[in-house]
Design a binder for this molecule. Sequence first.
Ligand SMILES: Nc1ncnc2c1ncn2[C@@H]1O[C@H](COP(=O)(O)OP(=O)(O)OP(=O)(O)O)[C@@H](O)[C@H]1O
Length: 314
Amino acid sequence: MGEDEMSILDVSGLRKTFGSVTAVEDIGFTVEAGEVFTIIGPNGAGKTTTLEMIEGLQTPDRGQIAFGGRTWAKDAEAIKIMIGVQPQSSAMFDLLTVEENLELFATFYPKPRQSAEILEMINLTDHRSKRVKSLSGGQRQRLAIGLAMISDPEIIFLDEPTTGLDPQARRNIWEIILKLKSLGKTTILTTHYMEEAEKLSDRVCIVDQGRVVTLDSPAMLIDRLTKEREVRLSFTDGAEAAAEAERMAQSLSSVVRTDRDGADLKLWTEHPEDTLLDLFGFTKQRGFRVEQVAIRELSLEDVFIAYTGKEWRD
Ligand SMILES: Nc1ncnc2c1ncn2[C@@H]1O[C@H](COP(=O)(O)OP(=O)(O)OP(=O)(O)O)[C@@H](O)[C@H]1O
């Protein structure tokens, strides 16, 4: 982030205990205006508790929360206008229509957005006269996001907005998040879907056991993870050819280790291009045919596992 970018939210030293359970040990981060900032972590890491403290729904035992200098203790009314929180499904009125829900929520705020505008944004214009109880799961979630936007907030909090939705419904939510970004809004997101975090986020904050374990852009997190890349080759000429190639690869200084299963050879290298060039020189000279070559891409999931030691829950 450049120095001219402005932080819209500063969180430091947050702590929250419930009896003997420490939900949040020590959490701090800064969110820049206009970014999609995503908090991910294993179950029970403290994500929801952190969001709820920031949203003013829980009081921290310790720590500071400031929205461009405004604090809950001094400026609660101003903060309530600045932020939009996606309501729980139970807070929507099932017997009212989509549009009626938006109009009702609009009465809570001094300068609400037009519901027609929100309907367009959440792609529910055609369903505006449907009662909430007859909406699909994805449509309900879109309405929940619309309700969070009715006050025209600067910051929108979305706690697992796509959990339980099918892939197409999830993509529809991604589109809305990207629209919010193009409007210059700041989104603070939690998700259990790694692909989603990787695609949407400007920065990802990985939380584990109530602490921030790492925070950066998805690309930087992946880049920092390791310099080694996994290369896979499959030999048409079978196990013998693969075994010879493995011995050759082991003699290369760029290759860190190898692993072979029959005609399939995996190797880990810091310089995939150089390694492949040397290997292909060898296979050509020996007349071995290689059926498949792949350099495995690292993903945010690899980062998650490296930092938390836990498998990703989908
Ligand atoms: N009101 C509460 N009373 C007691 N314990 C709580 C309360 N809220 C949260 N906890 C505990 O605090 C820890 C962190 O919970 P939190 O819901 O913040 O985690 P999370 O990262 O959002 O988890 P998940 O991914 O499962 O939603 C958990 O051990 C949870 O059981």
